[in-house]
Design a protein around this ligand. Structure first.
Ligand SMILES: *[C@@H]1O[C@H](CO)[C@@H](O)[C@H](O)[C@H]1NC(C)=O
Ligand SMILES: *[C@@H]1O[C@H](CO)[C@@H](O)[C@H](O)[C@H]1NC(C)=O
Length: 581
């Protein structure tokens, strides 16, 4: 299921080894035929009959071995055959996985609305936390990229010609003349429209009787994303428009260091003062492994001044950006992606994961704290009640039913940024890591991949699901185990049965007091079911369907509701003052 997007093409690693073996045995048959003939007429043709086929077989074997290598994840997919077979699908997966937050959107599952729910269950409320879609680099990232590009521009070698992976540098625009830093790209505008249309389609049945409420963080690219999204959602045709002519969400919340805004949290001074950030420290440790890459590119291109590790990090971002920077539709990966080998990409990509996880994710001191406000808003909606929060929700806005409707049968859509989405997941215990991510090597199995969580246009969906537990029975259409997250130990039969038991006996305990109905929460990250790593949900009924009972879910969110301490955001000031006294 997790690989639903990465459709298994018949290319990866092994299949080609089989034809290689067949060819080998064919030539062996040929050999034995000839050997029989040779019995009749032994002659000077011994050489031709014996050595030549053997060497042909050997050459074929080597050729096939190379192609098999080429197609495998170790190779670079340079042969036409590999490309024809779709072998660069493997390569494309590597590029996508390693673009971090600059990856283009990919749906990772087929869930949402009725899909994957047991019989008797129905979606009753939906909140989508939606990242803005593809944009050009921010101004500061843009400066870093331009600095590195200018080194390449002042190279001291002629570029190799022909199919060499660096040859494109001779023709490509190293000044990024048409790039509007901070702004949305046309592909992003279209993608936002597509997303709106898709959500309208997926939730069509629910929307027949549900209201819609939308919020956006105040940043230009976020508001514009929400505008195109609304056009798609409202069934308009896609058309590039002046920003002012786009529809507007119900509430726009200003951004900035004095604004209480759960969709853009910049009011934690201690976090703002981190220098260097822990994420950068961890990424720097990992990046020591890029030394051979620096040497390789400096020898091949002799840029002036020579590239350093920061240049590599900035140049790596060209892969995702340049792939999305032209046209309205995806048109394949940029040649920039080929500048690095698959092994180098794993280091570059995992470095992005490290930096987010230690800065705004579970690995950072402030990440979960900054995500708590949004979790409390979500709990208010899920339980049809007022927001209770001790962090950075705006009390004035949230006390007003017109600006913050208290739940009900609604589709809520909130447009914001990647960092806050990671903070929210960290506060909730979703994508929870049992161990700190190592920074001295790239783990063979990566369990926190930023491009899977917050690519451009990424979305986290929280569904309130009402189930008629009185008549509960397993849905024959949903095969056992056809749910997600095999990484986490929810598969345990005892737990599952206990959960089932709880569901069956807990009939009277009906969610919001409707006949025999009980409320559950289901969380989707880019259409793939994710679970809250908390025992309350682990033991919940219907957990095998990715559902967590409402009460258990609220219970699992004790960090945001109770334990969070916003005061840690001011501790450094106290220390600072004490120090200077
Ligand atoms: C809270 O929202 C109100 C109403 O939009 C606004 O006037 C006020 O400045 C906001 N306060 C903060 C701290 O963001
Ligand atoms: C804004 O958040 C601060 C905590 O950072 C809180 O003390 C204040 O009451 C909030 N303001 C509003 C209008 O909610």
């Amino acid at each position: 299921m997790s690989s639903a997007a990465a459709a298994p093409l018949p290319t990866v690693n092994t299949p080609l080894l089989r034809p290689a073996i067949q060819v080998h045995s064919q030539s062996q048959t040929r050999l034995s035929h000839r050997a029989r003939r040779r019995d009749h007429r032994r002659s000077k043709r011994t050489f031709l009959a014996n050595i030549l086929p053997a060497s042909i077989a050997l050459i074929l074997l080597l050729a096939f071995a190379f192609i098999a290598y080429d197609v495998s994840s170790l190779g670079d997919c340079v042969t036409p055959l590999c490309r024809a077979l779709g072998g660069d699908k493997g390569l494309e997966d590597i590029w996508w996985r390693n673009q971090g937050p600059y990856a283009p959107f990919r749906s990772l599952g087929k869930f949402g609305a009725q899909k994957g729910l047991p019989r008797g269950c129905e979606v009753d409320q939906v909140t989508v936390l939606h990242r803005h879609t593809a944009r050009y680099p921010t101004s500061s990232a843009g400066q870093c990229i331009l600095r590195s590009l200018s080194k390449l521009k002042h190279r001291e070698v002629r570029l190799p010609r022909g199919p060499h992976e660096l040859a494109f540098l001779a023709k490509t625009d190293l000044d990024l003349r048409d790039w509007e830093f901070d702004g949305l790209m046309d592909q992003g505008r279209k993608q936002a429209w597509v997303s709106g249309r898709k959500i309208r389609e997926i939730y069509a049945k629910f929307l027949r009787s549900a209201k819609v409420f939308t919020r956006s963080s105040g940043g230009g690219r976020v508001v514009e994303t929400s505008g195109y999204w609304l056009e798609g959602f409202n069934g308009q045709r896609f058309k590039l428009k002046d920003k002012k002519r786009l529809p507007l969400v119900d509430v726009v919340i200003p951004e900035g260091e004095t604004a209480n805004n759960t969709l853009s949290v910049h009011t934690c001074p201690a976090f703002n003062a981190l220098d260097p950030t822990p994420g950068n420290v961890h990424r720097a440790t990992l990046s020591q492994q890029l030394q051979p890459t620096i040497t390789r590119l400096n020898e091949a291109l002799r840029p002036q001044p020579p590239l350093e590790v920061d240049d590599l990090l900035c140049l790596a971002d060209m892969c995702g950006y340049d792939s999305q920077a032209s046209g309205q539709d995806w048109n394949g990966w940029s040649k920039w992606c080929g500048v690095f080998t698959p092994q180098e990409w794993e280091i570059l990509g995992y470095g992005k994961d490290l930096s987010r996880w230690y800065d705004v994710g579970q690995g950072g001191r402030y990440g979960p704290t900054m995500g708590a406000g949004y979790v409390n808003e979500l709990i208010a909606r899920l339980t049809d009640s007022e927001v209770v929060d001790t962090t950075i929700t705006n009390r004035t806005i949230n006390a007003d039913e017109n600006l913050f409707p208290r739940g009900g049968k609604r589709l809520f859509v909130d447009f914001g940024h990647d960092n806050e989405m990671l903070e929210v997941l960290a506060a909730m215990g979703v994508k929870h890591q049992r161990r700190d991510l190592p920074s001295d090597h790239v783990p063979t199995k990566r369990t926190f991949i930023v491009s899977e969580i917050v690519p451009f246009g990424g979305k986290i969906t929280f569904e309130r699901v009402a189930c008629d537990t009185g008549n509960w029975e397993p849905d024959p259409e949903v095969p056992e185990g056809d749910h997600d997250n095999h990484d986490q130990p929810y598969e345990d039969r005892d737990h599952r049965n206990r959960g089932r038991y709880a569901t069956l006996v807990g009939v009277s305990d009906g969610g919001r007091g409707r006949d025999g109905k009980k409320d559950y929460v289901r969380i989707l990250v880019n259409d793939k079911v994710e679970l809250v790593d908390h025992e309350a949900c682990r033991y919940s009924g219907l957990i095998e369907h990715g559902l967590c009972e409402m009460e258990a879910f609220v219970d699992s969110q004790r960090f945001a509701t109770t334990d969070v301490d916003w005061n840690i955001c001011y501790e450094h000031e106290k220390e600072g003052r004490e120090g200077s006294d």
